[in-house]
Design a protein around this ligand. Structure first.
Ligand code: HEM
Length: 714
């Protein structure tokens, strides 16, 4: 990317894109009428939301409380599993309030635009009218607080809600929806030629299908795939719309259901049981202050790389995962994740897990990564206790701070260099220094997870997913295997300690076997059989990704090429001004489904690019992923390398953090005696295994004297 373009892009992001306002609206009366009409309309659509929004707006409720387990469907179906995957475990009332206000804002903006020739309302008057419903209240922050808040607020002291849980996903570029005023009531669904865009399943069949299991990487391990997935669950969780407490089924046999929440699409006869693939649109929220504007989807997680995936993202959620007064996290039998309420985060009839995120059992390999962090937290607590710490809150917070530092260090020194390559790391200034502080914090940077990143670019990881769950013996010889599609949202293999699986045996396999290659192909386990409960009733994950991008109004691939300082394709050839970052087979496949290069969906165009040198993704995804991780670093006041008193690590503490690796964590938390230097580099490619006692321990002596400073800050 040319540096000039890159600077322009940075400026645009720092100034926070907002929709261009055409002109100011005529009268205050017409704004009041647009809002009150919208309130009536939205109350009819979201019956419970009005009360929740008014309660939140009057300060009577905030992001707190635990969701009651959803009414369990008598039998699992792909639709019920998908809905559970997006369930709202924490702060359900607040999400309801935020969703109501989001709907009210976009509906009132549309009402006004319709009545005033497309003009947007005067923002100040609009906000005044919205006060009784607007749930986002900025907290008062204490700059001397030692630790991150549970919901990520007050990280940025000038804009306390930047990156907080339940705020909206930010945007690199304005949305491209399908309705007249581009507000989001209709998704992006038309080609620039005016005809409907191709069905996501047709695109998937043309681009992402190998027929059998796709080829494997020749170097990187399965641990890379699922560590990446764990990170994703740390920075984004987008709820889908619900009908009170009911899951919405958007297909009636072969017929798409027509209602505002639905955006189902057709599939070719024979691919699945029916020719309609159900799709529920994502819920959407509001900016602080309820400014007029388009639909922006909610992020239930904090946007920071703060391990909210393990610890939770509200105070109540965190408490629910903690042992009373000891600083420890709750553990289940055999030091696995603790049991969650039935029917919440796993298949019917099983005992679920609970963690900071609602998807810990999505696949057993992901649960393994959760267990590593859970066990290490409790290890750190015990070692701090042996240094003289006794206050449960301090033990919890300090162990959490240490583990979050280790986690960020692994992301920026081990994970990202593999995904982005040397060039990507350098373009975005992502490298950590080998020792010492390296403060890159910029209070003008909003770290909030960008919509195009979560809904498209970071989903590149779906190509790394394999087809099996396997277990290995202590000597790293194969023990057993199961098809992955039989274990989505199942806790059985993790609980299976005495027999063939369990987290330790699965982790030995994960750090030995090659992952699926990073290319444009997805395993049939997720492309044809995602959440399948009987033959041919599953989802196609890549088709969902494309449709999700359209649902969120993600502009087409060419716009992102320009955003990244790359040229837009003017034709489907791979020569000058065409798809120059594609090989001819991919370009041909794109041509077979899209009418114009300007129609290509971001996920489809990005995943089919040739891999950038030394990276696992092509230039467009490298740009969006690199950019977002730059924001996660420079927009996080608590980033582990920052030198800000009193929240920083001391120099001696930071030195210990910077010695840590994911392999060292595996050694301390899993039943393994040896590990490769990097757990992402498999020994099958010739990397030697080293005895665990040669990996650096986490020496906590530099933490011995901090007790008094904590008390002073309490
Ligand atoms: C077997 C492993 C995996 C399964 C079964 C899985 C499944 C899913 C599903 C069902 C969705 C929601 C689709 C939709 O309706 O929009 C999703 C979203 C997503 N996935 Fe995966 N995924 C897996 C692995 C990964 C990996 C390895 C990555 C990245 C390295 C990843 C990144 C994402 C992201 C960023 C989202 C958006 C999440 C949100 O907005 O809430 N996934 N995945």
């Amino acid at each position: 990317m040319e540096s000039k373009n890159f600077l322009v892009v940075i400026l645009l992001v720092l100034t926070q894109f907002t929709e261009p306002v055409k002109s100011q609206g005529p009268t205050n009366n017409s704004i009041a009428a647009a809002v009150s009409d919208a309130a009536r309309e939205v109350s009819a659509r979201r019956s419970g939301g009005l009360v929740q929004a008014q309660r939140a707006a009057s300060g009577q409720s905030g992001p707190q409380g635990m969701a009651a387990p959803p009414a369990a469907s008598p039998v699992d179906t792909p639709v019920s599993i998908h809905a559970r995957f997006f369930s709202r475990r924490e702060a359900p009332d607040f999400v309801e309030a935020v969703g109501f206000a989001g709907d009210l804002v976009t509906t009132a903006t549309a009402n006004f635009a319709e009545r005033n020739g497309g003009a947007l309302p005067d923002s100040a008057e609009f906000r005044r009218q919205l006060v009784p419903y607007c749930p986002m209240r900025s907290p008062v922050c204490n700059p001397n607080d030692l630790y991150r808040t549970a919901n990520g607020s007050c990280n940025n002291l000038r804009n306390p809600l930047w990156g907080a849980s339940f705020t909206t996903q930010a945007r690199f570029l304005p949305p491209a929806y399908g309705d007249e005023f581009n507000l989001g009531s209709i998704p992006r669904r038309k080609s620039i030629t005016g005809v409907p865009l191709p069905s996501p399943r047709d695109i998937s069949n043309a681009l992402f299908n190998t027929g059998t299991s796709p080829p494997r990487s020749k170097r990187f391990s399965i641990a890379l795939t699922h560590f990446g997935q764990f990170i994703d669950h740390d920075f984004v969780s987008t709820p889908i719309l619900r009908d009170d407490d009911q899951d919405i089924d958007c297909c009636n046999g072969n017929t798409p259901v027509i209602r505002p929440e639905c955006f189902s699409f057709s599939t070719p006869p024979g691919d699945f049981k029916t020719t309609c693939m159900p799709f529920v649109r994502s819920d959407f929220g509001v900016e602080p202050g309820c400014i007029p504007g388009p639909r922006n989807q909610i992020n239930q997680r904090t946007s920071f790389l703060d391990l909210s995936v393990a610890y939770g993202n509200t105070l109540d959620g965190q408490k629910d995962l903690r042992e009373n007064g000891t600083g420890r996290l709750l553990e289940g039998l055999n030091r696995i994740l603790p049991d969650g309420p039935p029917g919440t985060e796993c298949l019917n009839g099983e005992t679920c897990f609970k963690s900071g995120d609602n998807r810990p059992a999505e696949v057993p390999m992901l649960t393994v990564i959760h267990i590593i962090f859970l066990r290490e937290h409790n290890n750190i607590v015990e070692r701090l206790r042996s240094l003289g710490y006794s206050d449960g809150e301090q033990l919890y917070q300090e162990a959490k701070k240490i583990l979050t530092g280790v986690y960020q260090h692994i992301i920026y020194t081990e994970y990202l260099p593999v995904i982005l390559g040397d060039e990507g790391m350098d373009i975005f200034g992502l490298r950590s220094t080998p020792s010492g502080f390296n403060t890159q914090y910029n209070p003008s940077v909003n770290a909030a997870t960008r919509n195009s990143f979560g809904a498209a670019a970071y989903r590149f990881g779906h190509s790394l997913v394999g087809s099996l769950v396997e277990s290995y013996n202590e000597d790293f010889t194969p023990r057993d295997k199961e098809p992955m599609e039989d274990h989505f949202f199942s806790t059985r293999l993790i609980r299976n300690f005495d027999d063939k699986f369990g987290p330790d045996a699965i982790s030995r396999w994960m750090t030995t076997q090659f992952k699926s290659k990073s290319d444009r192909f997805l395993t049939p386990a997720v492309r044809n059989r995602l959440f399948q409960t009987m033959p041919k009733n599953g989802f196609d994950l890549s088709a969902l990704n494309i449709q999700r991008g359209r649902d969120h109004g993600i502009p087409a691939y060419n716009r992102w090429r320009q955003f990244c300082g790359l040229h837009a394709a003017q034709h489907f050839g791979t020569n000058y001004n065409g798809l120059t970052d594609h090989d001819s087979l991919s370009a041909k496949a794109l041509k077979s489904v899209y009418r114009s290069p300007d129609d290509i969906d971001l996920f489809a165009g990005g995943l089919t690019e040739k891999i950038a040198p030394g990276a696992l993704v092509g230039p467009t995804f490298r740009c969006l992923i690199g950019f977002q991780f730059m924001l996660f670093k420079t927009g996080d006041r608590f980033f582990y390398e920052n030198n800000f008193y009193p929240t920083r690590f001391s120099a001696a503490q930071l030195q210990q953090i910077k010695k840590q690796t994911l392999s060292a964590l595996y050694c301390r938390t899993m039943d393994v005696n040896t590990m490769p230097e990097s757990s992402f580099d498999t020994p099958l490619a010739g990397k030697e295994r080293k005895p665990c006692n040669t990996f650096p321990g986490l020496d906590l002596k530099p933490w011995a004297n901090i007790y008094n400073s904590y008390k002073g800050n309490k």
